[in-house]
Design a protein around this ligand. Structure first.
Ligand code: PLP
Length: 465
């Protein structure tokens, strides 16, 4: 006969607090173990070990999808300790979920790989909500700095441009100061003042593939006691880990190369411990990721589906190998296009003609190798007969047969995008000029197909012009 579960009333509040400490020690042990592994091993196993499988998950070798909305507690004291944040708990799925934890723990390890830095990751419902979560807490009311502003590279994804320009500046009155040339440190310096709350840049930017000196800009930020936030979607930790270069917080649209097979819209925010910020409390600075999860994330609700978390985690295991193949193809495609008579110019960090090629060489390297690789994305200008035209560009674009016409990138399938009529359509002439997007700009995000086939499709489409 089955025994009924015993309710242990002797397990009081302190019992659960002690239990929580034991759980934290066990987690630290698993972190130390993972810190000794190579990148691919971390990506594959994260913090999920045999003990977790046997004790918590019926021996499941893969991290399970916990679709349950809430955790049941053994008694009232466990609930009280958990909800007082005195012990690790996943209480309610909007706030925390075991499947989401598996993803977050692995993301934090990958983004700090190759260092003894510790970081905390937070998975969000989209890249845009990761950006919102990463920036919100620095823009709060603070009497000491009455007119908040922030300084951001203008070479950012169209959605980020809209969030900063329309939602923050026009609707909320929080000034965004654009950096036209993110390579120009003097321009960054000239825009920062005592009311600046953070600096922000994309590395490399979507779609213009611009980069900036993360270390130099982080030093400037820290001199003003503010954090540097980097959107590293188009590099990914397989190539560049901004936290190791001085950044405080990294955001990803994990909807891109991190979840390359394209099953989820998802964001990640990864913050290192002890970030620099004159705004906020000590608790917030010490562990921004955990603080954000326990407070604003809980209250604002940008959580993700546990299913998306596990789908993303599954893709993340093969991140390095996909980034290698995709980047090698992008390099071949860039060289092919650069030498093609119908192409005006190609913007790709791997090309010698790229203005910041040496900086890219310094910051973009396939993890666990000596190989410089420059990412999967490039921007090409198609030759037109007059400035501002897109006649040839559209002929070429509409002739593509295998490559998808879509607004997407980082996917296992190659995608081409005309940014002036898609990602940056709503920004108007001025916004597009700031982001260096012309009607003849075509962004190509290489997938994992054989590079010869990608080039063959581009070549036949260029022949149509
Ligand atoms: C660089 C970059 N950041 C953020 C985003 C927004 O991410 P999501 O579409 O997941 O909200 C994108 C989307 O394309 C992007 O390319």
């Amino acid at each position: 006969m089955e025994k009924e579960m015993t309710i242990h009333t002797e397990k009081d509040f302190n019992y659960w607090v002690e239990k929580g400490k034991e759980m934290i020690r066990d987690r630290q042990k698993r972190i130390s173990r993972a810190k000794k592994w190579k990148f691919d091993t971390v990506a594959t196993h994260g913090l999920y070990d045999l003990n977790q499988a046997l004790k918590l998950n019926n021996g499941s070798i893969m991290e399970p999808v916990y679709l349950s909305p809430a955790q049941a507690y053994e008694n009232s004291y466990e609930m009280e300790a958990g909800l007082a944040y005195e012990m690790p708990t996943w209480c309610y799925s909007r706030i925390a979920n075991p499947s989401t934890y598996f993803l977050e723990e692995t993301a934090a390890l990958l983004e700090t790989y190759g260092s003894d830095l510790e970081a905390t990751a937070l998975a969000t419902s989209s890249g845009m909500s990761a950006i919102r979560t990463a920036t919100d807490s620095f823009l709060v009311k603070d009497e000491r700095f009455p007119k908040p502003n922030f300084v951001a590279s203008a070479k950012v994804y169209g959605g980020s441009f809209q969030q900063f320009w329309v939602r923050r500046w026009q609707e909320q009155g929080i000034e965004v100061r654009w950096i036209k040339n993110p390579l120009d440190l003097e321009e960054w310096q000239s825009k920062v003042d005592d009311n600046t709350r953070f600096l922000y840049g994309e590395f490399p930017s979507n779609p213009s593939v611009d980069i900036f000196d993360i270390t130099a800009v982080s030093e400037l930020a820290h001199a003003f006691e503010i954090p540097l936030i980097v959107d590293s979607t188009c590099a990914s930790p397989a190539l560049t880990r901004p936290l190791l270069l001085g950044a405080d917080i990294v955001v990803h649209s994990a909807s891109k190369v991190i979840s390359g097979s394209g099953t989820s819209i998802i964001g990640l925010m990864i913050a290192k411990k002890n970030i620099v910020s004159k705004i906020g409390t000590d608790e917030m600075r010490e562990d921004f990721g955990t603080w954000a999860k326990l407070w604003p994330y809980r209250d604002n609700g940008p959580s993700i589906s546990p299913m998306s978390a596990i789908l993303t985690l599954n893709d993340m295991r093969t991140l390095r190998m996909r980034v290698e193949q995709m980047s090698e193809s992008a390099m071949k495609v860039a060289r092919f296009l650069e030498s093609h008579p119908k192409i005006e110019s190609v913007h790709y960090p791997g090309l010698e003609s790229y203005a910041a090629h040496n900086l890219a060489k310094k910051y973009m390297k396939l993890v666990d190798s000596d190989k410089n690789l420059y990412g999967y994305m490039l921007a090409a200008e198609i030759k037109e007969n007059a400035p501002g035209e897109s006649i040839n560009t559209r002929k070429f674009y509409d002739a593509l047969k295998m490559i998808w016409r879509a607004t997407d990138l980082g996917r296992v399938k190659t995608v081409a995008t005309l940014n002036a009529i898609s990602t940056h359509q709503q920004q108007g002439e001025e916004g597009r000029a700031l982001a260096a997007i012309k009607p003849s700009t075509c962004r190509i995000a290489c997938g994992v197909e054989n590079a010869d086939d990608i080039i063959a499709d581009l070549e036949q489409a260029l022949n149509v012009i």
